[in-house]
Design a protein around this ligand. Structure first.
Ligand code: NAX
Length: 331
């Protein structure tokens, strides 16, 4: 039998945490043959709720779950973890300035970066979910200089999956037959959901999404806006933000990263830009990637048309501004 892997979930007493920890304990993130020890962190005000989540995990008697650490101590939470899913953060509240929210999250991600750097297992993989996800991941990277930058990412897989879902609904095909949509840039409404390289598996072979949809106006406007605004639509409908889909997508992100993507399929991950596709180096930006042997690689050489270029640049610009704002909070 495999040795257990330790998986940290911060903000584990929150909504996404409540959906995510049972998925991890069931083997959805790391595989049905991979035992896990869950590390759950939250803040002292949420300690009682966190303990309740721990009680439910015990009550569910998950065969793969070999241990539970539920704590408000960041060092205890980070010690020995192989995977860290950072869901905890400070939400934007009514009337708060962007700078105030950024400042709270910069200080959280700065201190959690130091704890991970000092106490996580070597080669720990980090996924930041909490918003502003790309910039929180960048701060985490800056304050954990000994963690390789390849090990720090942010979640745009939910946006990616939303794009797959929209295409599958539109064409009335199985979501598993649609692939290679791309989310470029920020996990915000400036993101660019791109279908120019996406295909559908049909009885007569793989066909481009554009050829099957035959409605460029929808693909260039309605589709993009729906994916960009989906988070807001969920809040409007449910009165709470996306949780089960965020948790499921976080599992997809880690599973593909650790276990690899299928041949010929790429997925979207927010990763440290090396300047590929003219995206400024030094931003955490969502790219199309393939994964193998626990490492992601940006898909190279995709042709980019003028429409895409503008949208990719606009979301990069927003990320550069967020980065400046985050740095101004450090002063
Ligand atoms: P909740 O408010 O339900 O949960 C957040 C939890 O984090 C709370 O239990 C809170 O006590 C805890 N927390 C706060 N500060 C902490 C700290 N310093 N250390 C540890 N825990 C801390 O929010 P939820 O709906 O679960 O969303 C969590 C985050 O995910 C938010 O920032 C949200 O904006 C972000 N999202 C990101 C998505 C993505 O695709 N990247 C999609 C879903 C979601 O909106």
């Amino acid at each position: 039998a495999k040795d257990p892997m330790r998986v940290l979930v911060t903000g584990a007493a929150g909504q996404i945490g409540y959906a995510l920890v049972p998925m991890i304990a069931r083997g959805i993130m790391l595989g049905a043959d991979q035992p896990v020890i869950l590390h759950m962190l939250d803040i002292p005000q949420a300690a009682e709720a966190l303990n309740g989540v721990k009680m439910e995990l015990v009550d569910a008697a998950f065969p793969l779950l070999k241990g539970i650490v539920a704590t408000t101590d960041v060092v205890e939470a980070c010690t020995g973890v192989n995977v860290a899913v950072m869901v905890g953060g400070f939400p934007r509240k009514e009337g708060m300035e962007r700078k105030d929210v950024m400042s709270k999250n910069v200080s959280i991600y700065k201190s959690q970066a130091s704890a991970l750097e000092a106490h996580a297992a070597p080669n720990c993989k980090v996924l930041v979910v909490a918003n502003p996800a790309n910039t929180n991941a960048l701060i985490l990277k800056e304050f954990a200089p000994s963690i390789p930058e390849k090990n720090i990412s942010c979640l745009t897989r939910l946006d990616h999956n939303r794009a797959l879902g929209q295409i599958s609904e539109r064409l009335n095909v199985q979501v598993t037959d649609v692939k290679n949509v791309i989310i470029w840039g920020n996990h915000s409404s400036s993101q660019y959901p791109d279908v120019n390289h996406a295909t559908v598996n049909t009885p007569s072979g793989e066909k481009p999404v554009r050829e099957l949809v035959k409605d460029d106006e929808w693909l260039n406007a309605g589709f993009i806006a729906t994916v960009q605004q989906r988070g807001a639509a969920i809040i409007k409908a449910r009165k709470f933000s996306s949780a089960l889909s965020a948790a499921s997508s976080a599992c997809d992100h880690i599973r593909d990263w650790v276990l690899g993507t299928p041949e010929g399929t790429y997925v979207s991950m927010g990763v440290y830009s090396d300047g590929s596709y003219g995206v400024p180096a030094g931003l955490i930006y969502s790219f199309p990637v393939t994964c193998s042997s626990g490492e992601w690689t940006i898909v190279q050489g995709l042709p980019i048309d003028e429409f895409s270029r503008k949208k990719m640049d606009a979301t990069a610009q927003e990320l550069s501004e967020e980065k400046l704002l985050a740095y101004s909070c450090l002063e």
